[in-house]
Write a protein that binds this ligand. Structure first.
Ligand code: GLU
Ligand code: ZN
Length: 485
């Protein structure tokens, strides 16, 4: 009988969640949804010098924003809580005590300096550096002496000679020789638990069936399995492991702050849609089985299987993310697009949010929906419609300050002033006739000058539509002031 699937996402947020974390969370979520199982969210915050309340709150917020809803975890609760490891310290301490009583773990009194000196000697002798088992079988007298010296003790797990083999759902069988997995610390001298203890205890106690996580944690698996053994878990009840391939940066080194923006919060602020981020990240190491690149969250949950996860590293490609984001923006209804846009407009200080402003934004959106890559571009593009005191941007002034440009603007003013019907098609017809046909100018030159005069910038939505939206009075006013600049 197959057990009901339970997967967990268990970050240690010591900063904003990054692309790698979220790719893991997404695969966890998709697998849970695909199998009709449970998605558990746990915060691994035993190291509170690195994991702060602020980062925890941000992690929770990021998952929500992405739509990766969880069935057990912070805020929603569940039968296996609490879901913050910092609130479970007694549980870990109890297990550590039990392991010591069983003889699986022991107190180690070695000081950091002593450990380092011995590792140095191992390196000099060309041996794998690691704990040498010195405190495995201390006599009562030795323990007494160490205590009298005031030494702090850590708790170490005894690793028997031999090897650990486990089946990884992505990589196949993986074997670790214990020569390279020395006795490891479970509890620090100050009594705080280490990751390996807390993660293994929680996965067992919370009933996790599948551990899908980043490949960087592959080498900690034999230690976790050792903890399962000490907990008395039958082998058939071990969670299954699936280590996801690394995400590499554009330059094929491991993704980091150096080679691209890695914080999900950065993408959110830049105006990427959660659907686009999830769609793109889903393709990092997984493929639906055809060449399709545009997938919805619903399709992802339908199609996601571990068999389709690739074992080789995936490369993060910003251009592809941009393309997907553009597609998702174009797929929005006008009301959805407006709802996404307004916070960007208010945060940038371009609008304060009055009904009138909102109506104008709404009417401007169709002309930019086809053109933008991120929502973050919108305030700059639509600013010309809202500025109280209009000014041409500094770097564009020279382009409308020569004789030829002045001629264009004078002619524009003269021919547009009598126009009755202020529509983009009428404006375009008039200007094409006067500037292109009659004055014989190249469109880029002619319309470029008009664009700067009315929008203040060389970058704007399509010119004639922009002029229609801005209205005749303001257009004429701005062209006049550009002439007298
Ligand atoms: N808390 C660990 C980390 O963020 C991951 C735990 C796990 O997935 O096993 O690196
Ligand atoms: Zn020791």
């Amino acid at each position: 009988m197959d057990k009901k699937v339970k997967v967990r996402f268990a970050p240690s947020p010591s900063g904003d969640l990054h692309v790698g974390n979220i790719r893991t969370a997404l695969f966890d979520w998709a697998y849970a949804r695909h199998t009709g199982g449970t998605f558990l969210f746990r915060i691994e915050d035993t190291d509170r010098s690195r994991v702060t309340d602020e980062y925890i709150a941000a992690a929770i917020d990021t998952l929500k924003w992405l739509g990766l809803t969880w069935d057990e975890g912070p805020e929603v609760g569940g039968a296996n809580g609490p879901y913050l490891q910092s609130q479970r310290l007694d549980i870990y301490a109890d297990w550590a005590r039990k392991f010591i009583d069983q003889g699986d773990a022991y107190f180690c009194y070695c000081t950091p300096d002593e450990l380092e000196a011995r590792r140095e000697a191992q390196r000099a002798a060309n041996e794998a550096p690691g704990y040498d088992g010195k405190c495995r079988d201390l006599s009562p007298q030795e323990i007494k002496d160490y205590k009298e010296q005031g030494r702090e003790a850590v708790v170490r797990m005894r690793m028997p000679a031999g090897e650990t083999t486990f089946h990884d759902e992505i990589r196949g069988d993986v074997t670790f020789d214990h020569k390279f997995v020395p006795d490891f610390v479970l509890v620090r001298g100050d009594g705080s638990p280490l990751y390996t203890l807390a993660v293994a205890v929680d996965d067992v106690m919370m009933g996790v069936t599948h551990i899908l996580r980043g490949e960087d944690l592959l080498s900690s698996t034999p230690r976790q399995i050792r903890v399962y053994q000490a907990m008395g878990l039958a082998k058939a009840d071990y969670p299954l492991f699936a280590h996801l391939p690394f995400v590499m940066g554009q330059d094929n080194t491991k993704l980091s702050k150096r080679n691209g923006e890695v914080s999900i919060d950065w993408y959110r602020k830049a105006g990427y849609l959660p659907e686009a981020i999830c769609n793109y990240l889903a393709l990092l190491g997984w493929a639906p089985g055809d060449d399709r690149e545009n997938i919805t969250m619903k399709e992802l949950t339908e199609l996601f299987t571990i068999e389709k996860v690739n074992s080789s590293p995936a490369r993060f490609d910003m251009k592809k993310l941009d393309a997907i984001n553009g597609d998702k923006i174009r797929a929005l209804t006008l009301d959805e697009f407006l709802a996404w846009t307004l916070p960007f407009m208010t945060n940038a200080g371009v609008i304060s949010g009055s009904d009138q402003e909102i109506a104008l934004v709404r009417s401007a959106l169709p002309i930019i929906q086809e053109r933008i890559v991120t929502l973050g571009e919108i305030p700059q593009m639509l600013k010309f419609l809202f500025v109280k005191k209009f000014q041409v941007e500094e770097e564009s002034i020279p382009k409308i300050n020569d004789g030829a440009a002045k001629e264009v603007l004078k002619r524009t003013l003269a021919d547009l002033s009598p126009l009755q019907e202020w529509s983009h098609s009428e404006i375009e017809a008039v200007l094409r006739k006067s500037l292109i046909e009659e004055m014989g100018l190249k469109p880029r030159i002619a319309f470029g000058a008009v664009r700067i005069a009315v929008t203040g910038s060389t970058i704007s939505p399509p010119l004639f539509e922009s002029m229609e939206l801005l209205g005749k009075t303001l257009c004429i006013e701005r062209i006049e002031s550009a002439i007298s600049l």
